[in-house]
Design a protein around this ligand. Sequence first.
Ligand SMILES: Nc1ncnc2c1ncn2[C@@H]1O[C@H](COP(=O)(O)OP(=O)(O)O)[C@@H](O)[C@H]1O
Ligand SMILES: [Mg+2]
Length: 376
Amino acid sequence: MGELVLRNVVKTYGEGPQIIQGIDLHIPDGQFTVFVGPSGCGKSTMLRMIAGLEEVSGGDILIDGIRVNDLQPVDRGVSMVFQSYALYPHMTVAQNMGFSLKLSGKSKREVSEVVGRAAEILQITHLLDRKPKALSGGQRQRVAIGRAIVRKPRVFLFDEPLSNLDAALRVQMRIELAKLHRELGTTMIYVTHDQVEAMTLGEQIVVFNKGKIEQTGAPLDLYDRPANRFVGGFIGSPQMNMLAATVVAHNGVQTVLALAGVSHRIALTGRPDRALNGELTLGVRAEHLSVGPVDEGIAARVELVEHLGDVSILHARLDGMAHAIALKLDKKDAQYEPGERIGIKVPSSSVTLFDAKGEAVVFEHRAVGENVRAVV
Ligand SMILES: Nc1ncnc2c1ncn2[C@@H]1O[C@H](COP(=O)(O)OP(=O)(O)O)[C@@H](O)[C@H]1O
Ligand SMILES: [Mg+2]
């Protein structure tokens, strides 16, 4: 078992501000949960409080229904893997992995059995007699993970464990971690600032920002239905395009938006769940934009085309708008030179409208007519 509940968890250092500002979260037993957010938003602090390495200033942490706030780290049934592998240099891999078991009084045979099994899972059996200095970065990180596995924790905690590895190895280790999770079925909480890593690993992703949770959900929920501008901008690459917009007409069934700086109108169908006043933001993913002749769509000038092989990213500047906009195109549709004039088509579906506070607006679709163009 390894169910984790956080109830209004708060962290302050001395008289300082709240680093963690009241976190409520439920992590079901066996789930792979990723905490993601920009550097300094409090991910490590939250993880360290769960591990018992950092005191909790307020609220409760429960593991399998038991409040662990005041329990020592060793009594919580959690194992933590850090970015720095923190292996003992004078011990072999087997000794490093078995050290905590030996300390807890397990017999030599028992230790070697458990270490042997963990080594098999991690495919490092052939390295058991080596010292850490004779291992690559990826192998060292495997040993660090092995050391966590042998303790048979109820919850694994990973704090950016792959950040020291090169890009190719990181991808490989991600796949292996996902596999490890399937094999062990143990609850895992994984901290990263890398949204791609979060999207590939997480069953549940928790987006942190400034000590608060912005949104919790499955990877594609966050991608397709960001709750606010922060999540929209943070999840996905290239970033969601954010266009300033205001409402120029609405009738309860359709809302017509004017984009700042351009004469183009966009009509969204459905009934918005709130009044739409002030400066709004229209969020559009790069893959939902398309390009055509300059007189068909919003006039723009090509700034740069990145040919990535499978797709191309076209960066353009809309006439009358200060910031650039990114389009993800098939390479055959991206044969443009910098300086060329194009027309960008913004779809009226697959967009997200954020209100003046940056919260996503939900449109209810009840018996809505399809004829959007007639209103524009
Ligand atoms: N021991 C400490 N004393 C005071 N402030 C701290 C301490 N540890 C971390 N912080 C602050 O807490 C905030 C969150 O840090 P951290 O949890 O490490 O962020 P993350 O892991 O998301 O990058 C940062 O602003 C950091 O400066
Ligand atoms: Mg950190």
